[in-house]
Design a protein around this ligand. Structure first.
Ligand SMILES: C[S@@+](CC[C@H](N)C(=O)[O-])C[C@H]1O[C@@H](n2cnc3c(N)ncnc32)[C@H](O)[C@@H]1O
Length: 370
């Protein structure tokens, strides 16, 4: 856990950024791709590195321990103390180790986030997807709900006049504050530690964009799952409540921009009807990009990966978790997962909301990108 009383000191973080630049950390990381997670390749390439880059890569990418004295020499005692106080690094005798954190870069934005099977400071390919698809809002007001360590809010702050990120989990919120300092983003970006429900109750502002990458994984009733991913039985529970609670906070010409997963009963448009039903219900219109679709079968990589996570959260065997998952899908008549990005605005009072669906799923695609 992070120290709740800490204050973020910009000086130490500026020194860290200077050190990373001096040592060539970013070109090493970015060689493998923007926002990449290629741990295996980092590991092989790190064998040929010399100090001080070797220690930085061990600590901030490979999550391997490094002698405290060496880290102190490289980043300085003040920065080191700050990374320990914020819970990014853990002291283990004479060594320092990462608390499952990696320091990634996406679109030239530095981001501390956790890479482990159950991260609470989350950054994944879905984060990169929303961060890629979100539109810039020059001079506008942006709200980023479920902001986690903050990548979408940080990027929005490059063009918007004001950005607010809302995150329920205090340690994740603190990582967002740290990332804000790391990227020298000023006070026009504000991260709030609150549930989105509480924030909606107190908010009186209207926004040009409301972004969200919500917890969106379908979790069978009665099963536990991390708050980072729990999207209710159909995966749309948080999305539904955001659309309902925040529609009044959207300006007349504003837009919700969000990603997620929906479950459906057919490969064609009928499959994503639950999602389009939501647009209709909330009198929203705009474009919906279907990015990929995946059959719900025992041999599906997605179903198996989800079953492994469910199994871990509920202390059961993965095969058992998969059985429960597929049983729920079949009972609902669901046959496919659809991955989507939506850009929806308010429909004028007397107009019928129209949804323009752009189906990209026939392309040979992964989940979010080709
Ligand atoms: C999938 S992560 C997205 C994080 C980040 N926006 C990204 O794309 O990397 C979802 C985040 O929503 C947060 N969250 C879940 N329920 C919430 C709620 N009711 N109010 C605010 N944040 C919530 C979780 O703690 C988690 O950090």
């Amino acid at each position: 856990m992070m120290n709740p009383d800490r204050t973020i000191e910009a000086v130490g973080l500026k020194a860290l950024v200077d050190t990373l630049n001096r040592c060539g950390y970013l070109p090493f990381y970015l060689f493998f791709g923007d926002g990449n997670f290629r741990m295996r390749e980092w590991k092989v390439a790190a064998q040929r590195l010399t100090e001080p880059l070797r220690s930085l890569v061990r600590l901030f990418l490979l999550q391997m321990p490094v002698r405290r004295a060496a880290v102190s020499r490289i980043v300085g005692e003040q920065t080191l103390a700050q990374l320990v106080n914020t819970g990014i690094l853990l002291e283990q005798g004479a060594e320092l180790a990462s608390n499952s954190f990696c320091l990634l870069s996406f679109r030239s934005c530095l981001c501390f986030c956790q890479l482990n099977p159950e991260p609470w400071a989350y950054f994944g390919r879905d984060s990169a997807a929303l961060a890629t698809f979100q539109s810039y809002v020059p001079g506008g007001r942006v709200l980023d709900l479920c902001s986690g360590p903050g990548i979408q809010a940080l990027l929005a702050a490059r063009s918007a006049r004001s950005v607010t990120g809302v995150e329920i989990n205090r340690p994740a919120w603190q990582v967002a504050l740290l990332n804000q300092e790391l990227n020298s983003v000023g006070n026009h970006l504000r991260f709030v530690n609150s549930s989105l429900e509480e924030f909606a109750r107190r908010n009186h502002q209207q926004f040009d964009r409301i972004l969200f990458n919500p917890p969106y994984l379908p979790v069978p009733e009665g099963m536990d799952y991390s708050i980072v991913g729990h999207g209710g039985g159909d995966g749309l529970a948080v999305t539904k409540s955001i659309l309902e609670l925040f529609r009044p906070a959207l300006k007349a010409d504003g837009r919700f921009e969000f990603i997620g997963v929906t479950l459906g009963s057919g490969a064609g448009p009928a499959g994503y009807n639950p999602l389009l039903g939501l647009a209709k219900e909330h009198h929203l219109h705009g474009t919906t990009h279907i990015l990929s679709k995946h059959p719900l079968r025992t041999d599906s990589a997605l179903v198996n990966a989800h079953a492994v996570c469910l199994a871990r959260s509920n202390a059961i065997e993965p095969l058992k978790a998969r059985e429960v998952l597929l049983k729920q899908f079949r009972a609902r008549g669901d046959e496919f997962f659809f991955f989507y990005f939506c850009s929806w605005g308010k429909t004028a009072k007397h107009c019928a909301p129209t949804s323009n669906v752009i189906d990209m799923s026939s392309r040979r695609s992964n989940y979010w990108f080709v």
